[in-house]
Write a protein that binds this ligand. Structure first.
Ligand code: GRF
Length: 204
């Protein structure tokens, strides 16, 4: 099983996954990190850990979303992340992926979102939680389908929202949970313990 991780920035979730693979011996090969931004901090982190990286710049890209995604797909395949033998983690990848990409890698693309889905999908999820007076929030790892933050949920970790929380303080506590949840979801996938039944997953 070969893993491709797509990032756009900081890469802290990517780092937590790569570290867990090494330390906890998750049965998956971290094959390639792809960033759509050349200055993503996560690229340096991956390189330091000895993991291959590629940049496929999305800014000024001439072509459709599908053309762009085809470049991503061919890069993934070049590194062995195939629809048969691959897992793709979106980790702060700030692009919507095309339905064709989702279909090709059906149930093999997962994402992390900093809220308890289906609450607060989309951008600024932590701010949405604060603004809406949620008492609890957290993070969700889920399969990617053709919607935004809508696919079958793999796992969630909960954080209590404090009276004096700001977007920043809440985001920090949620992020700490993300770093636990994402590697755990990768392990469940790699150990073949996730079954998808309709819109739900069953974890064994
Ligand atoms: C995380 O909060 C993740 O939930 C969201 O984007 C952020 C990425 O952070 N999708 P990082 O790049 O993994 O540090």
């Amino acid at each position: 099983l070969n893993l491709g991780i797509l990032i756009s920035g900081r890469g802290s979730n990517m780092e937590s996954i790569l570290k867990a693979i090494k330390r906890k011996k998750i049965p998956i090969n971290p094959a390639i990190i792809i960033s759509n931004k050349p200055d993503a901090k996560g690229l340096k982190i991956a390189q330091k850990m000895g993991i291959k990286t590629e940049v496929i710049e999305s800014k000024n890209f001439k072509g459709s979303r599908l053309d762009y995604d085809k470049k991503i797909i061919s890069t993934l395949e070049k590194h062995g992340v195939t629809p048969k033998n691959g897992l793709i983690c979106l980790a702060g990848f700030m692009r919507i992926i095309s339905p064709e990409f989702v279909k090709k890698y059906k149930n093999r693309i997962i994402n992390i979102h900093p809220a308890l889905l289906p609450a607060f999908p989309g951008l600024d999820a932590q701010k949405q939680a604060i603004d809406n007076g949620a008492k609890y929030s957290g993070c969700t790892v889920h399969f990617v389908d053709s919607g935004v933050d809508t696919g079958p949920i793999i796992l969630q970790l909960v954080v209590k929202v404090k009276n004096n929380d700001t977007e920043k303080t809440l985001s920090k506590r949620i992020l700490a949970k993300e770093h636990k949840a994402y590697p755990e979801a990768v392990r469940l996938f790699a150990e073949n313990r996730i079954k998808i039944v309709g819109r739900k997953t069953i974890i064994s």
